[in-house]
Design a binder for this molecule. Sequence first.
Ligand code: DOR
Ligand code: ZN
Length: 359
Amino acid sequence: MSGVLTLPAPLDPHVHLRDLAWAHKGTFTSETAAALAGGYWAVLDMPNTPPPTVDPQALATKLAALTAGALCDWGVYFGASQDDNTACYPQVARQVCGLKMYNNATTGTLLLADQAAREAHFRAWPGGRVIAVHAEGQTVADILALVRLTRKHTHFCHISTAEEIALLRAAKADGLPVSVGVTPHHLFLTERDVTTLGALGRMKPELKTAADQAALWEAIADGTVDVVESDHAPHTLDEKRGDPPPSGVPGLETTLPLLLTAVREGRLSLERMIALVTTNPRRIFGLQAPPETYTEIDLDASYVISREGLHTACGWSPFEGMRVWGRVRRVIIRGQTAFADGRVCVSPGFGHNLFAEGI
Ligand code: DOR
Ligand code: ZN
């Protein structure tokens, strides 16, 4: 593998761009700059930043701020709230990429622990837009029961264990409408790295064993895994030094180089890698690549991941010190150079909402 690789419109369907009440962790402009630097055309933003995106007013606030600030194309998730917000689903569904349901505790206040409440949200969400779930361990089985009942397309975010993979492989064999995402941190780090990383290795789901990690790579090879999603979740270094530290790690600027390094090492085919970050995420969310939208990556460039030159406002990475192959040279969006050789070339507001009403 050498020369320049052209990737058609890479999409990261799972990021936390922050801004709003958490602008100190990152802003729509700083984190979409990180997306461009990472080689992405577009990102889909999660609803757990305060004020959580769980009512039409919070959604309108977020859409306005992203419209003004985004450097790359984008969509947002609506959040399922424990204070039943299902009545507004028909109204909001056409403006968002999907519904996010948190079924295990994580950063922020959103959590649906009650199976009957989860079922009400599943039934209320209109068909045609994805339901993305945070589900770990036994909760994966609980959510699969709802998929069986409602037949709504459900994307299982950041799957991290061999046991969860086995459940989802069987669900796919049964023909259930499910898709599966894994993160680069679960692919390239294990629980042993927490010893050296400390709080910088803390996220939800947590890092797992080497056996779990091997199961994720096998599931990539056999097609059980559909997408690699960064779960980019910046927190400041100061916050990470706190007790307890918040969960979450940045990932937008390191995902594509890490995957290309795995391709170079023969752990992943190039075809599969391209599917995981372009065609599969676009298919799941019903998106077409805009014309003249692609990313050029220099496959012969090698470097050690460091804090220097990161665009994310948090300014650190859990992958610091790892040598990778593949440097993002240019990101072209709708015929315009959005990023070239380390620099953002477009202004805030350049990015389009991919789920603007009426599309
Ligand atoms: O580690 C995590 N951080 N997991 C999540 O599910 C949320 C995220 C965040 O928003 O910080
Ligand atoms: Zn997340």
